[in-house]
Ligand binder design. Structure first.
Ligand SMILES: [Zn+2]
Length: 95
C-alpha cells in the first residue's frame, strides 16, 4: 500500500495544516499530537487563528447555542403565520 507521505495530506504547500491536519491534531490523545503538526501550529499565527475559528465552530456548547436560534427563527415565523391565519378566520366570522 502507498503510505509514502502520511503527513503530506495533513499540510498544504505552505506547510500550514489542512482540515485533515487539524482533525489529526484534534483527534490525537492529549500530549501525543504529531510533533511536527503541533510544532508548526505553535509557531504559526495563521494556523492558530484557523484552529481557534474551527475549534469554536465545533465546540459543543457553541453548537448548542446556535441551533436554538435557527429553531427560534422558524418558530417565530410559524407563530406569525398562525396569528395571521387566526386573524383572517376571526375577521371572516365577524362579518
Ligand atoms: Zn501554518
Amino acid at each position: 500500500m502507498t503510505s509514502a507521505r502520511p503527513v503530506g495530506a495533513l499540510v498544504d504547500s505552505r506547510g500550514c495544516l489542512t482540515s485533515a491536519g487539524f482533525a489529526a491534531l484534534a483527534g490525537a490523545p492529549v500530549g501525543r499530537a504529531p510533533a511536527d503538526l503541533a510544532g508548526h501550529v505553535a509557531g504559526c499565527p495563521r494556523c492558530q487563528q484557523r484552529m481557534l475559528v474551527e475549534g469554536a465552530g465545533s465546540h459543543p456548547a457553541q453548537a448548542r447555542r446556535r441551533q436554538p436560534r435557527l429553531w427560534l427563527g422558524v418558530a417565530v415565523g410559524l407563530a406569525a403565520l398562525l396569528l395571521a391565519v387566526a386573524a383572517l378566520v376571526l375577521a371572516a366570522r365577524l362579518r
